[in-house]
Design a protein around this ligand. Structure first.
Ligand SMILES: C[S@@+](CC[C@H](N)C(=O)[O-])C[C@H]1O[C@@H](n2cnc3c(N)ncnc32)[C@H](O)[C@@H]1O
Length: 262
């Protein structure tokens, strides 16, 4: 699509295309894809990121909701068998069971629904991502203390790193706020540790005003929670402390995690 038409389409649909080649290259390079890896470009638009992803030799799923972009993508990649264009909503499209990577610049409004689909389940194929997200969201995700259960769960399961700040001028048209290139990698915790982690976090965040070690009474031995946690409530506990506690308890066969994971 010529750039003036892309700009017009973007403005009319409120989408912000990446227009800075260094940012696009940074996203694709950071994904470190090997031939035949599976990578998903959610919100592929006219193929800004799809094209360099395809050049890595990986197999690319370009997911796009807007039929005009879907037409563009189908024409542009008609002779590239490694690219499959999927005309679906990223919030509901079926996700692959085999291991996959995500590299995407999606509208800020659907960042959290997408993260929820990728980072919450324990059985999915998702392993890592290089994402463009709103700067404020990136800062909230990469802090070490979390106000809510969901963000705490994500940050215990995945390392999340701001690789760079992306100024608004790197998009066309420019959004009102800056963005971030966020890298996401699985920590590779085993299933029992994950189950215990879930049990601990849900119990502590259910009673957010209590010191976490009090909220955990009955879920974990007091001698361990009192040694590893201070008087802080759930949001005052560092991600590293949650991980240490879960790994310690995973070694104790008397600790039984919540039913959901058994
Ligand atoms: C910010 S643009 C990015 C386009 C391209 N990836 C780029 O970086 O230039 C976001 C794209 O996501 C698409 N989109 C928005 N909501 C979507 C949804 N729920 N499911 C799939 N695609 C969506 C828009 O149509 C648009 O093409």
């Amino acid at each position: 699509m010529p750039s003036h038409r892309r700009r017009a389409a973007a403005t009319s649909s409120g989408v912000h295309h990446l227009s800075d080649d260094r940012v696009i290259t940074g996203l694709v390079d950071a994904a470190d894809l090997a031939e035949d890896d599976l990578v998903i470009d959610f919100g592929a638009g006219p193929g800004t990121i799809t094209a360099p992803l395809a050049r890595t030799g990986a197999r690319v799923l370009a997911v796009e909701r807007d039929p005009r972009f879907v037409d563009t993508l189908r024409r542009r990649f008609a002779t590239v068998p490694r690219v499959s264009v999927v005309h679906e909503d990223l919030r509901t499209v079926r996700l692959p069971r085999r291991a996959f990577t995500v590299v995407a610049n999606i509208p800020f409004a659907v960042s959290t629904p997408l993260l929820r689909r990728l980072l919450t389940p324990v059985n999915g194929g998702f392993s890592r991502a290089e994402l463009v997200v709103e700067w404020g969201l990136a800062k909230r995700l990469t802090t070490t203390h979390h106000r809510d259960f969901e963000a705490a769960w994500w940050s215990c399961r995945y390392t999340m790193t701001v690789r760079r700040r992306i100024p608004a001028r790197c998009f066309s048209p420019a959004p009102r706020v800056d963005a971030a290139h966020l890298g996401v990698r699985q920590r590779g915790l085993d299933r029992r540790t994950l189950a215990i982690l879930w049990t601990l976090l849900s119990a502590a965040y259910e009673r957010p005003r209590l010191p976490a070690r009090t909220a955990l009474n009955g879920r974990a031995p007091r001698r361990v929670t009192h040694r590893l946690l201070s008087e802080h409530s759930a949001s005052g506990v560092h991600t590293g402390q949650w991980l240490m506690l879960a790994k310690t308890l995973a070694l104790d066969q008397n600790v039984v995690p919540a039913r959901r994971f058994r």
